[in-house]
Each structure stands twice: as C-alpha cells, then as structure tokens.
Design a binder for this molecule. Structure first.
Ligand code: GTP
Length: 395
C-alpha cells in the first residue's frame, strides 16, 4: 500500500531532479560557445566561435548588435549609443599634426638649406644636394629636375635672388604639385551614397586609415557606414567594428574567410537603405599575385556597383617602406583605378619625398597622410603645409 508520505517523497524527488536538470542545461549552454547569446536589452550578438575563459575572457560589451542565424551572411553591427567619442575638428588636428610633420621631415629642409647657403655652390655641393633628395625618396627624375631648376635659378638670379629658403620653398611646392585635385569624393550623388574602396597591402595601416577617415567624416557631420570586407584577417573586422562603435558608425562584417565582395555589397546596400553620405569599404590586400588581386578587387568593385558607383579608390601606402611601397603602388594601380593615395606612418619616416615619387609614378594625388597611431592622427595632404614642415617654422 502506498502511503501519503511516499507520495510526498516522490514529489520532492521529482522536483529536485527537475531543478538539477535545468541547472545542468543552463551551465552546458553557457559553456557551449553557442552562436546566440542573450544580452541586456534583448538584442542578439554574434558570439566568437571559441569562447575565452578566465583571464582571456573578453570584457562583456553591452553593444546592441544584431546577428543572423546563417553565419555566412554579412552582419550589420549597429554601434553602441552611449559614450560616443567626439572626433577632433579639422582645424585643431591640422595645427597638431603640422608640428609632427615638421619633426619627421624637418631634417630634409635643414640639410638642403645648409647646403644651398654655402658660399660656393660647387659640383660637390650640388652632388650633396642630389644625395640628400635621393635619400628622402624623392626619386631620381624629380631629384634631377629640382637640382636643375635650383642651379639655374641660383646662377641666373645670383645675388639678386630671393632668400635661399624662398627659392627652395617655391621649387619644392612646384614639385609636390599644388594643381592636383586632392578633394575626397565622399558625398551623396544621384540619391546614392559616395562609395570609397580602401585598398593596399596588409600592414600598411589600411584598417586604421578607414577608422580614422570615418572620424574625419563624422567630425564633418557626415553619415558613414563601414564595410569590413577584409575578411582575410579575422581581427580586421573586429578592429573596424570597434573604430565604428567609438563614433557611432555602423559596420557591416562577415565571418573570417567569407567572400569580401558579399560583405562590400551588403555594406553599400546598407548605406543606400540608411541614406548615408558615404560607405567606406576596407578590402583585403593580399598581394599573393596580380591575377588573384585583380580577381578579388575587380569582383568587389563590380558587385558594389550594382548598388552605387564607386566614387573613390584610396590606395594606402606605408611611407616607411620606401621602394617596396612604390612596387605595391604600381601593382595596385594596374589592377584598379586608384584615385587617391593615403601615405601612412609619415611620422616614423624622414623619407617624405615618397609623396613626390608616388604621385609622379601613378599620376594620382596624395590626398591624406597618417601621422601617428592616435585616432585623430590623419590629415588632409596640403602641399604648402607639407613644404612648410620640411623647411621649418616660419618658412
Ligand atoms: N606611427 C603610425 N602608425 C600607424 C599609422 N597608421 C597605421 N599605423 C599602425 O600600423 C599598424 C598596422 O595598421 P593596420 O590598420 O592594422 O594595418 P592594415 O593595413 O589594415 O592591416 P590589415 O588589417 O592586416 O589589412 C597598426 O599598429 C597601426 O596603429 C600612422 O600613420 N603612423
């Protein structure tokens, strides 16, 4: 005969087992690294494939982001609303970066001025001037041209010549070419956002440049969308998303190894839908071979243009790589129609002459220069400011 006590024990037993089962399920799920993780506010995020634990654990973000069940589709990561940074204005940025440019390029100007100010400008001195220019990576043809022009002016104008510094400034500005159009095509056109493809070899500062450029544009009150089409390096998308989050700019990204063209397409589609001013697309810059690069960038451009025309193709070059940078520039310009050059790491190189060399080689203007690792260390390139920095204050 079953007693009431037995029923009681049975019910308590079932309840204990149910609680244990439930607790077990919850623990298993949280350790499973499952793709969907609930965050505050009821939004979903795409969790990393391998969860980190202990000291490696990521600090949880309360970023309201969206995920898709199919991990092969690009994902739009909406930026966090609170504590947005205010990017530095163009004016204050220019004052600060001008000093940095003087620090890295001033040696060239001082060297040239010292040589040109000698009492006797003999052949040895002209050779030293030539060497100084070549060492600064100006390139052989522009160096010879500049030396020739300086020689002529010094000879013809003689004692009546303007101060040496003025002559040098005029000739250097002419060499850097103030007539080139350095404006960025980052505005809406025919009801579509501007589309900027940022290309270049990995490590040149491409992703950083896209992030910095987004800040420049946000400071100008533009609506920006980022496309993390560098799917080759896993961290690149994460890096770009973080850049966007800091200034309230959404980023479209795909999983590592996914088709860059599909991410770029989704990014531009998002830009069109959100009526953004401009979409900045970071591309993968594997220089495995020219044909591969051509296939990849060609496809990105073709696919993107189903949504909106590409208005700017910026090639990112690392100023510290000298001739290597020139080789890269040549390959990229053969693969895609580059419309502007971004010269990064100019703060870490005295070889600012690469500006002249690369413009001559490609016939494309340097539009932006990177002058540090800081978030606002990107400036528009201006020939007069550049030459002023070379020649020192008050040039
Ligand atoms: N000093 C200095 N460092 C820079 C500048 N621009 C970028 N960097 C640094 O260069 C390194 C490489 O930058 P990334 O943006 O990751 O390079 P990337 O070309 O995007 O490389 P992938 O993401 O692999 O394609 C980072 O440490 C940047 O902080 C610059 O103008 N000056």
């Amino acid at each position: 005969m079953v007693r009431v006590d037995d029923y009681l024990y049975l019910i308590i037993g079932i309840a204990v087992a149910a609680v244990a089962l439930l607790a077990g399920l919850v623990t298993t799920r949280s350790r499973s690294g499952g793709k969907r993780v609930e965050r505050g506010g009821g939004t979903d995020v795409l969790a990393p494939p391998e969860p980190h634990v202990g000291e490696d654990a990521e600090t949880p973000r309360d970023t309201p982001t969206r995920t898709v069940e199919d991990a092969d589709l690009p994902v739009l990561t909406e930026p966090a609303a609170p504590t947005l940074e205010r990017p530095e204005s163009a004016a204050s940025r220019l004052v600060r970066l001008r000093e940095r440019l003087s620090r890295s390029q001033g040696g060239l100007g001082r060297g040239l001025l010292a040589l040109l100010s000698r009492d006797r400008l003999d052949e040895d001195t002209w050779e030293d001037i030539e060497d100084t220019l070549l060492t600064a990576d100006i390139g052989v043809a522009p160096t010879q041209e500049l030396v020739e022009r300086l020689r002529t002016r010094m000879r013809v104008e003689g004692a009546a010549a303007s101060p040496v510094k003025d002559v040098l400034r005029e000739e250097l500005v002419a060499l850097v070419d103030p007539t080139m159009d350095r404006s960025l095509h980052v505005d809406r056109h025919d009801g579509k956002p501007g589309v900027v493809l940022v290309v270049g070899v990995n490590g040149t500062g491409k992703t950083t440049t896209v992030g910095k450029l987004a800040r420049v544009l946000v400071a100008e009150d533009k609506q920006v969308v980022l496309g993390a089409a560098d799917t080759f390096r896993a961290a690149a998308a994460e890096q770009l998303t973080t850049w966007g989050e800091r200034v309230g700019v959404p980023a479209v990204r795909g999983p590592e190894g996914s088709d860059p063209a599909s991410v770029a397409y989704e990014a531009v589609k998002t830009g069109v839908e959100q009526e953004a001013d401009v979409v900045l697309v970071d591309t993968a810059g594997r220089l495995q071979n020219k044909a591969g690069l051509m296939d990849e960038l060609g496809k990105v451009k073709r696919v993107v243009e189903k949504q909106a025309p590409v208005t700017e193709v910026l090639l990112v070059l690392d100023a510290t790589t000298g001739q290597n940078g020139m080789v890269q520039a040549r390959v990229f310009s053969e693969v895609v129609k580059v419309t502007g050059i971004v010269l990064t790491k100019l703060d870490g190189s005295a070889k600012g002459g690469i500006v002249v060399a690369v413009q001559r080689e490609l016939g494309v203007p340097v539009k932006l220069v990177g002058l540090g690792e800081g978030a606002d260390d990107l400036a528009p390139f201006d020939p007069d400011t550049f030459v002023e920095a070379i020649l020192g204050d008050g040039a």
